[in-house]
Design a protein around this ligand. Structure first.
Ligand code: SAH
Length: 275
């Protein structure tokens, strides 16, 4: 895609929650034509399958407690690649503007006069709830929906609890797995009914998807028993009861798991070569 002397550009692209079918057409076209793709750990291997074999792939990491590259290093890398005249895709899970630090990266690009564009993606709240059969709003149960991060600072989630326990509202919590017991406890302390429904969805929209449902009362125990692992999205509200009727996605067949593992291995090898 690079032509001699052409200015570089960064495309901040949302990769959706995992299923590659949820990519936008624009994301696919840009992945096919990019000179270099800088991607986060939440980007599924199936999505990376759209990257041209001649493109450079750079893993920027950022798993909890495993910050492969610090945010400032990623920002500096994007500036450098664009200044070299490259067409750069900065690929992030879900939507880059929702708990994705997309804004921070663009601020650095803007400060250095680097041209950029943004391609939205299906955010986890939307994609994962769809694949779990849990509508976020429903005329009988919820007229509003709020997205928050449950990432704990010093063991406490610094959340505006009164705004989370409003009736007829669905709460979607990103990054809330570690803090789940505390979140359930605080919701009840602030007046939510202990029997209020809650769902935790692991690996939404891909072959290993798992959905665990319960109540604020018993969810910490259920999730611990199920041994759920990150990434998990938490959905709290009356809408969770619809899962029993609306569940439609049948993720785990031995074949799909085998295929996913084989694809992941291929990408792993490809990454090792390009890094
Ligand atoms: N920008 C992303 C969110 C990044 S924060 C987006 O718009 O979706 C990372 C959190 O997103 C995870 O901790 C988890 O809560 C949620 N998440 C992303 N993909 C997910 C998936 N496939 N299944 C479950 N949760 C997911």
């Amino acid at each position: 895609m690079k032509t001699a002397g052409s200015p570089g550009r960064v495309f901040l692209v949302g990769a959706g929650p995992g299923d590659p079918e949820l990519l936008t057409l624009r994301a696919v076209r840009l992945l096919e034509r990019a000179d270099v793709v800088v991607y986060d750990h939440l980007v599924s291997s199936a999505v990376l399958g759209f990257v041209s074999t001649s493109a450079e792939r750079i893993y920027a990491g950022k798993r909890r407690n495993e910050h492969t590259m610090r945010q400032e290093q990623i920002n500096a890398l994007l500036v450098k690649l664009a200044q070299e005249g490259k067409q750069v895709v900065r690929l992030k899970g879900g939507d880059p503007f929702i708990f994705g630090r997309g804004g921070e990266e663009l601020e650095t690009l803007a400060a250095h006069g680097v041209a950029f564009e943004v391609v939205p993606g299906v955010t986890a709240a939307s994609g994962v709830s769809s694949y779990a059969g849990i509508p976020l709003t429903h005329r009988d149960f919820a007229q509003s929906c709020i997205f928050v991060t449950g990432h704990l600072k010093n063991g406490t989630a610094d959340l505006d609890w009164p705004s989370l326990v409003r009736p007829r509202q669905t709460v979607v919590i990103y990054m809330g797995l570690g803090g789940l017991p505390e979140i359930c406890r605080q919701m009840v302390l602030h007046g939510a009914p202990p029997t209020l429904g809650i769902a935790v969805v692991q690996d939404g929209s891909i072959a290993t998807q798992r959905v665990v449902t319960g109540t604020l009362n018993d969810m910490a125990e259920r999730v611990a028993q199920a041994g759920l692992k990150s990434p998990c999205l938490t959905i709290i509200g009356e809408v969770v009861k619809l899962h029993a009727t609306l569940e439609w996605f049948r993720p785990v067949t031995s074949r799909s798991v085998r295929d996913a593992a084989a694809t992941a291995q291929r990408h792993h090898q490809a990454d090792a070569i390009s890094l």
